[in-house]
Design a binder for this molecule. Structure first.
Ligand code: NAD
Length: 492
């Protein structure tokens, strides 16, 4: 059985495999992921620490050139990378290519590092005194990523962390770890010095060891809410800079004036794309006023045409779930929904296959707070519809939810959309856009239980997170101007 290697100091490092990696389309174990020994963990941190010193001193033009080359290599290898993602994750090839396209945006943004790392200069703030600011790398950055975007989320972190002059230790998801190793090889091919980017395979215990390690300076985490909270707390207790992005329950509010065909298309795309395994997937459609009946009919008609199958098959709209355990969990939400008085409009559990981790799309009517399908993040192809009477009820529903990652409003009324955007307590809002993942020039982050720590990820906040500020106050006095004065220095 193949053991997925680490990528440390520019070389593949083998250890005995531990956790299984499945091909979710067949259910077969195709590789095993090691859990690194303490020696290997210490080795990778030492390598990264040592590499961070010289990389942090590298010229900005050199970093830019490497990132430009990486971008080109990612473009040239897009089909190979997408195939690798499809094999271990299960998403369709087209969806995997979409993920790579969004990852490329982050590399392109990082290529502008000379602009992003620019400091300020204030001339003559007092007589003969100037002030300027710089930003310096934090040192060793640990990046911990989830299974659902095995190349995009690593590049959300890595592109800006490397651009800022840091060394990176990526701990990818143990579910689909191979593409991270390819990323390491491509970065090496792009000219990145060995040791600046490393991939350490492993599980939660590996992450905890890194969080506690004295030579780790900053931690970027993306994953589920309970783990995000834990990572934030442990990293903070060990005095690390930390941003930990968690799970979600994203609402799509459909106002009575909305075009219901447009809304139904959006609900299908955002609810069932990637089998609902996206942190920005819509999981609750909020039907306002009397739109529920027509809207549910339109969604159900479209849902009946979806094709579930292997990600390699171009005819598949979405592929399998990540593991059998996760499949069973998703199925249990649908089968137990009637116990909470929820109407199962479409039951995708009839499509569960003996081979692979497939389940069909489900549509549930009448989800509401206090029911399991509303309260929990299901992370599968299950779309709930909540019925509310008014715009204010919709806002209250969204704001009372503990998560605050993404939300969408569907309407033709600009003022209603504006009020909605101002009143919801959510980090990313789409107006007639169901998956409002910001472009790379803006930062990504939820509110409430969707983010622990204050910094959003990538974009300008990414550069701020991966650097420390310095402010230098300068004076070149003549000896004749020098004097004894024990008063606190003022600019007046
Ligand atoms: P997960 O929390 O199970 O795992 C994420 C990472 O944490 C993995 O690398 C895993 O090895 C590690 N990990 C697991 N247990 C740990 C522990 N006890 N201590 C330390 N590290 C641990 O998440 P997942 O199932 O891989 O991904 C799906 C989740 O990620 C969903 O909740 C989804 O909403 C969320 N997600 C959020 C965003 C976002 O931007 N907010 C983006 C993608 C996914």
């Amino acid at each position: 059985m193949r053991s997925v290697p680490h990528f440390i100091n520019g070389a593949l490092v083998e250890e005995r495999g531990h956790s299984p990696v499945f091909n979710p389309a067949t259910g077969e174990v195709i590789a095993k992921v090691p859990v690194p020994s303490r020696d290997v963990i210490d080795q990778v941190v030492e390598v990264a620490r040592s590499a961070s010193t010289s990389w942090g001193q590298s010229s900005l033009s050199r970093r830019t050139n490497i990132l430009f080359t990486l971008r080109q290599l990612l473009v040239e290898h897009v089909d190979e990378l997408a195939a690798l993602i499809t094999t271990e994750h299960g998403k369709t090839h087209a969806d995997a290519k979409g993920e790579i396209a969004r990852a490329l945006e982050n590399v392109e943004y990082a290529c502008g590092l000379i602009e992003h790392l620019k400091g300020g200069f204030s001339d003559q703030v007092a007589d003969g005194v100037d002030v300027h600011s710089t930003r310096e790398p934090v040192g060793v950055v640990v990046a911990v990523t989830p299974f659902n975007f095995p190349i995009m989320v690593p590049l959300w972190m890595t592109a800006n962390a490397l651009a800022s002059g840091n060394a990176v230790i990526l701990k990818p998801s143990e579910r689909d770890p191979s593409v991270s190793v390819r990323l390491g090889e491509l970065l090496q091919q792009a000219g990145l010095p060995d040791g600046v980017f490393n991939v350490l395979q492993g599980d939660g215990s590996t992450v905890t060891a890194l969080l506690e390690h004295p030579d780790v300076d900053a931690v970027s985490f993306v994953g589920s809410t309970p783990v995000a909270r834990h990572v934030h707390d442990v990293a903070s207790a060990h005095h690390k800079r930390v941003q930990a992005l968690g799970g979600a329950k994203n609402h799509m509010v459909v106002l009575p004036d909305a075009d219901l065909d447009v809304a139904a298309d959006a609900a299908i795309n955002s609810g069932f794309g990637s089998a609902g395994e996206r942190c920005m997937a819509i999981s609750v459609v909020v039907a306002v006023g009397d739109v529920a009946g027509d809207l549910i009919d339109k969604i159900a008609t479209r849902l009946d045409k979806l094709r579930v199958g292997p990600g390699q098959d171009p005819a598949s709209d979405f592929g399998p779930l990540i593991t059998k355990e996760h499949l069973d969990r998703v199925v249990s939400y649908v089968t137990s929904a009637p116990d909470d008085g929820i109407n199962v409009v479409r039951d995708g559990t009839s499509m569960v296959s003996p081979r692979g981790f497939f389940v069909g799309p489900s549509l549930l009517d009448g989800v509401r707070p206090g029911t399991k399908v509303y309260d929990d993040e299901i992370f599968g192809p299950v779309l709930g519809v909540a019925r509310v009477a008014t715009f204010d009820d919709a806002i209250a529903l969204v704001n009372n939810n503990p998560y605050g990652n993404g939300v969408a409003v569907f309407t033709r009324d600009g003022n209603a959309a504006r009020l909605f955007s101002r009143q919801v307590h959510v980090g990313m809002i789409g107006v007639n856009v169901p998956i409002p993942v910001p472009i790379a020039a803006y930062s990504f982050g939820g509110w409430k239980s969707s983010l622990f720590g204050h910094a959003h990820i990538y974009g300008p906040e990414g550069f701020a997170f991966y650097t420390r500020a310095k402010v230098i106050t300068t004076r070149w006095p003549d000896a004749s101007e020098s004097q004894i004065d024990l008063g606190f220095p003022t600019t007046r």
